[in-house]
Design a protein around this ligand. Structure first.
Ligand SMILES: [Fe+2]
Ligand SMILES: [Zn+2]
Length: 408
């Protein structure tokens, strides 16, 4: 069930103490029966002695919990809409019907809760789909309207790509957008970074050359989740467009066409590293990051939820057995080349004031080369936000729009 969708309200018709199983069995108003283990009920007591109402946290310590506990009595209170349990030491727990109804152990609810926790479902796209449906949001509306913020976060989670338009033409906008969507994630390139051609560049992004498709900073264990690129000044003339491709979509093509390579890239890690110096005002920041990741990471159900690909920072140490070296290259090349097929990637030339916001673990991005002239300098400011913060903001905003108070 996605946040905001109507959900059923649960009422208990009958509460029975099932000593054989060690559960309280509740008959719901729709006729279904939900079973709740004794130990979970004791652990979940909502009284102020067991649960802190302002910290919204469990106070009951696990050393105080008797895993083999059996209630003294169980009854339904239909007027209060509560199930009342008295424990052997006289402690009384009262559980609202609907609260229990949302915490059942049925396979269906376990599945639904997993889906709800993951947030909006992933929508895969190719060039035609994204050209048709690229989400564009106005900067002032994003900052001022809660439902626009929720829609933007939803879209970022489901499609992984959107554009914020009409932003001020100055540095600092990236941080403002980051604080609306979550908050900025620091890396060794700083809180934000400026993309323009620099002399003695310490990163290929800081040149005017074509940048092939990649995902940023895979040499972190916790790879930056979302990337923002604010166009302060676009290159006038040809070049400077961003190339954008959905690697989750392409991963599914590889799974269908070359299951052997899909399997290999889901199992064998590739090493990435980044070594250098970032010059800062007060002191230089030396960096030396090394991290291994599989190219495809899948969740418990086999869905791809992270892709790692970055050719410039792919290590010269390929830590795979000798006979897997060539297949690994076949896989890496297939991923890149499929993303570069005309029907699988889109081109977007940002206008001054545009901010591209995209899932940095999913949306392969690159840039067409351009020629630097005296009257045109392409300048971008970029930054990152971690997925934890985006999903957190999505939940809190959904809660605020749905109901004024929150509860665990
Ligand atoms: Fe990048
Ligand atoms: Zn209690």
């Amino acid at each position: 069930m996605s946040a905001g969708a109507p959900r059923p309200v649960w009422h208990v018709e009958q509460a029975a103490d099932n000593r054989d199983v060690g559960s309280v069995d509740l008959t719901w108003n729709n006729g279904d029966v939900g079973q709740f283990p004794y130990v979970w009920l004791r652990d979940s007591c909502l009284c102020p002695g067991c649960y802190h109402p302002s910290a919204l946290s469990r106070k009951l310590r696990i050393d105080q919990l008797d895993v083999g506990i059996v209630p003294r009595s169980v009854r339904n209170d239909p007027d209060a809409q509560e199930v009342v349990i008295t424990w052997p030491d006289g402690h009384v727990s009262r559980f609202p019907h609907d609260w229990l109804g949302q915490r059942q152990f049925t396979p269906q609810q376990l599945k639904e809760r997993k889906k709800e926790q993951a947030g909006p479902r992933t929508v895969l796209w190719d060039r035609a789909a994204m050209e048709h449906s690229l989400f564009k949001v106005d900067y002032k509306e994003l900052l001022g309207d809660l439902s626009v913020l929720r829609e933007t976060l939803h879209r970022l989670i489901s499609h992984g790509l959107l554009v914020v338009r009409n932003t001020p033409i100055r540095f600092g906008v990236v941080e403002e957008i980051a604080s609306r969507l979550g908050h900025t994630r620091m890396t060794h390139y700083g809180k934000t970074f400026r993309v323009m051609s620099k002399l003695d560049a310490n990163n290929l992004a800081y040149t005017s050359e074509t940048l092939s498709l990649h995902l940023d900073q895979p040499y972190y264990e916790y790879i930056p989740g979302v990337q923002m690129l604010h166009c302060i000044s676009q290159h006038v003339g040809s070049g400077g467009e961003n190339t954008l491709a959905d690697s989750f979509y392409v991963a599914e093509l590889i799974r269908q066409q070359r299951p052997d390579l899909f399997k290999l890239m889901s199992a064998m890690p590739v090493e990435f590293d980044d070594v250098g110096v970032e010059k800062e005002e007060d002191q230089d920041c030396r960096f030396h990051k090394v991290q291994e990741h599989t190219v495809f990471r899948t969740d418990g159900e086999g869905n791809v939820n992270q892709v790692c690909f970055n050719n410039p920072t792919r290590s010269y140490r390929l830590n795979v057995p000798f006979d897997l070296v060539k297949p690994m290259y076949e896989g890496l090349k297939m991923l890149h080349d499929l993303c570069m097929e005309k029907e699988n990637h889109m081109l977007y030339k940002m206008a001054d004031g545009d901010v591209l916001v995209f899932n940095n673990r999913r949306v392969m991005h690159g840039r067409r080369g351009y020629t630097v002239t005296s009257d045109s300098t392409r300048t971008l400011e970029g930054g990152y936000i971690d997925w934890d913060e985006i999903l957190c903001r999505y939940r809190t905003v959904s809660d605020l729009l749905r109901r004024p108070s929150m509860r665990r």
